[in-house]
Write a protein that binds this ligand. Structure first.
Ligand code: FAD
Length: 153
């Protein structure tokens, strides 16, 4: 269950089996100058495991991983196989992503990819009371900010 089933660099879409690790398909899309749209911090997890908990990333302006999923293939408890998307079996699509495996087993996933771009990292220390105002003027609504996270220390 760890194969890449198809990759279309023109439409920037990939179809993978649910056992593939993010790092494996990143290696396949990188030569096409494509990148994952939304993912968690580590790439060692499986696509199925990550969809099942609907992970979040550090992306500014993107929601959790479901926002990059076009469709999934599910095996339900009665053994039937269904394709679910926002247009087809939408209730199963939304319940299975973030469903911790309770709805069915995700076997295949179709994901949107994005153009690969270079990012530059900036780090800054500040007191907690300064953070909200700093966030409002430096991160919120800025189109050139790709990722953001903060650590309380
Ligand atoms: C170091 C570290 C960093 C992390 N960073 C982030 C982060 O940045 N953002 C974030 O949101 N999370 C983060 N997490 C949490 C992580 O993304 C989740 O635990 C994720 O589910 C791990 O994927 P896995 O392949 O190990 O899944 P597993 O632990 O194997 O499974 C997770 C759940 O999904 C179910 N499942 C697995 N595969 C399928 C399938 N094919 N069909 C149906 N159900 C299935 C399992 O039954 C289980 O309930 C982090 C975890 C660690 C350890």
């Amino acid at each position: 269950m760890n194969r890449i089933l198809s990759l279309d660099p023109v439409t920037a879409r990939i179809r993978v089996q649910a056992g593939v690790r993010w790092s494996d398909f990143q290696r396949a899309i990188d030569p096409h100058d494509l990148a994952v749209k939304v993912m968690q911090t580590y790439a060692t997890f499986t696509v199925g495991g990550v969809l099942s908990v609907n992970v979040h990333g550090r992306y500014v302006g993107f929601g959790p991983v479901v926002s990059s999923v076009r469709s999934i293939r599910l095996v339900l408890a009665d053994g039937s196989i269904v394709t679910a998307s926002r247009d087809e079996h939408a209730n199963l699509f939304h319940a299975a992503i973030g469903g911790y495996g309770t709805i069915g087993i995700i076997t295949e996933v179709e994901l949107d990819l994005v153009q690969n771009t270079r990012v530059e990292r900036h780090a800054q220390k500040m007191t907690l009371d300064a953070y909200a105002a700093w966030f409002d003027s430096n991160v919120r609504d800025r189109k050139d900010v790709v990722f953001h996270n903060f650590d309380l220390i």
